[in-house]
Ligand binder design. Structure first.
Ligand SMILES: Cc1ncc(COP(=O)(O)O)c(C=O)c1O
Length: 376
């Protein structure tokens, strides 16, 4: 079986390194806020050339904390893409704010020409979601944000390491949010997330919110840790075991991303003569290929036949936000999110992860070609 993904393949390859990191953390005598976390926060922030970084419990928390730090609350509106992951919306909803959805383009990213139509007096933030591993058109989004005095919170959960022009995603808006969910570009062996910002005051606020509202940083950026809360916060910590694993994986991250790109190029080369719609690449962005997403109107039969040939695929995501029971009631008024709806009915993702072998990629491509001839 060619799996869509399994952490076991990575664990097999890096068994010694990962287990020695786990042991190091366990032997340190510190479960939270120890050396591994400090090292990880420092190195992650430096890698992406940002000024400040805070590790948190998940990507969803990262988004929620970012919005809360910007003062987003009940009565406010936050604009994002209709095809995003559910957690983008969960984070918005948990602040009490209302999401406003914008349709996507051929690249599966927010259609910037449709954002202004959704802006009202209540709008506070735009969340561009850099879906699948490629960045949104940030210059256009910046212009809109400046015109209407809105803040940008980048959802980089699927695009860590991707660049928009010369800048890493997550450093272009006011705050950048990342996820270390195991399947992600930089995956932990549990949950984890990260928040980047260049604004010192926001950084302090983010640190407070992650830790029950307690002030942990003084004017000289020194760790304080008092048993005194200054504002409403939550508990969102990245533990030492996860931080240790992530420290190791961050050190080989460029290699992991290069391998994803290689696999994607192989898919593209092998499949470009077929009638599958392959990922549309934007010239202003690099692609880190968290996912290799293709489109075909007869997706179901393709997926079924691939399964018969022991090849796993996934539909990410099958339901646009406004079509789900939890959110339907928020979008009663006239909206036009047709492209998201059409795309959700034909997209599916092929396996892509650093440990996937070239011969497996070729097998997937040859099987797809055979199925396509059969179903013509
Ligand atoms: C686009 C997007 N945003 C946010 C998240 C939330 O991340 P997490 O699962 O770490 O909470 C995810 C991951 O599932 C995601 O894909």
């Amino acid at each position: 079986m060619i799996k869509f993904w399994s952490y076991k393949q990575e664990l097999k390859k890096y068994n010694k390194k990962i287990k020695s990191q786990i042991n190091k953390s366990l032997n340190s005598g510190q479960i939270f806020f120890g050396k591994e976390l400090s090292k990880f926060e420092k190195n992650f922030t430096k890698k992406y050339k940002s000024k400040f970084g805070v590790a948190v419990g998940s990507g969803t928390d990262a988004l929620f904390i970012a919005l809360k730090a910007l003062g987003v609350k009940k009565g406010d509106e936050v604009i994002t893409a209709a095809n995003t992951a559910i957690p983008t919306i969960s984070a918005i909803r948990n602040t009490g704010a209302t999401p406003k959805l914008v349709d996507i383009g051929e690249d599966y990213l927010i259609n910037t020409s449709k954002i202004e139509k959704e802006i009202t007096k209540k709008t506070k933030v735009i969340i561009p979601v850099h879906l699948y591993g490629q960045t949104c058109d940030m210059d256009k989004i910046n212009i809109i944000a400046r015109k209407y005095r809105l803040k940008i919170v980048e959802d980089c959960a699927q695009s860590q390491g991707a660049k928009y022009k010369n800048k890493f995603c997550g450093t272009i808006g006011k705050i950048g949010c990342f996820s270390f969910y195991p399947t992600k570009i930089l995956g932990a062996y549990g949950d984890g997330g990260f928040v980047l910002t260049n604004d010192f005051n926001l950084y302090k606020k983010i640190k407070r919110i992650r830790f029950y509202g307690i002030e942990t940083v003084d004017k000289k950026n020194k760790f304080l840790n008092k048993y005194y809360s200054n504002e409403d916060g939550i508990n969102s910590r990245l533990d030492e075991i996860q931080a240790g694993i992530l420290n190791f994986k961050l050190s080989i991250l460029d290699k992991l991303i290069a391998r994803r790109r290689y696999i994607a190029d192989l898919y593209t080369k092998e499949l470009q003569s077929t009638n599958l719609k392959l990922p549309k690449l934007n010239k202003y962005s690099t692609h880190v290929y968290h996912l290799y997403t293709v489109f075909h109107p007869r997706r179901k039969i393709l997926i079924q036949n691939l399964k018969k040939n022991l090849i796993d695929t996934k539909i990410i995501y099958p339901y646009p936000i406004h079509t789900m029971k939890a959110f339907k009631h928020l979008f009663k008024n006239n909206y036009n999110l047709k492209k998201s709806e059409i795309k959700s009915k034909g997209i599916f993702c092929l396996p892509i992860y650093p440990e996937l072998k070239n011969k497996e990629v070729l097998k997937i491509c040859n099987t797809i070609k055979k199925i396509l001839i059969k179903i013509k």
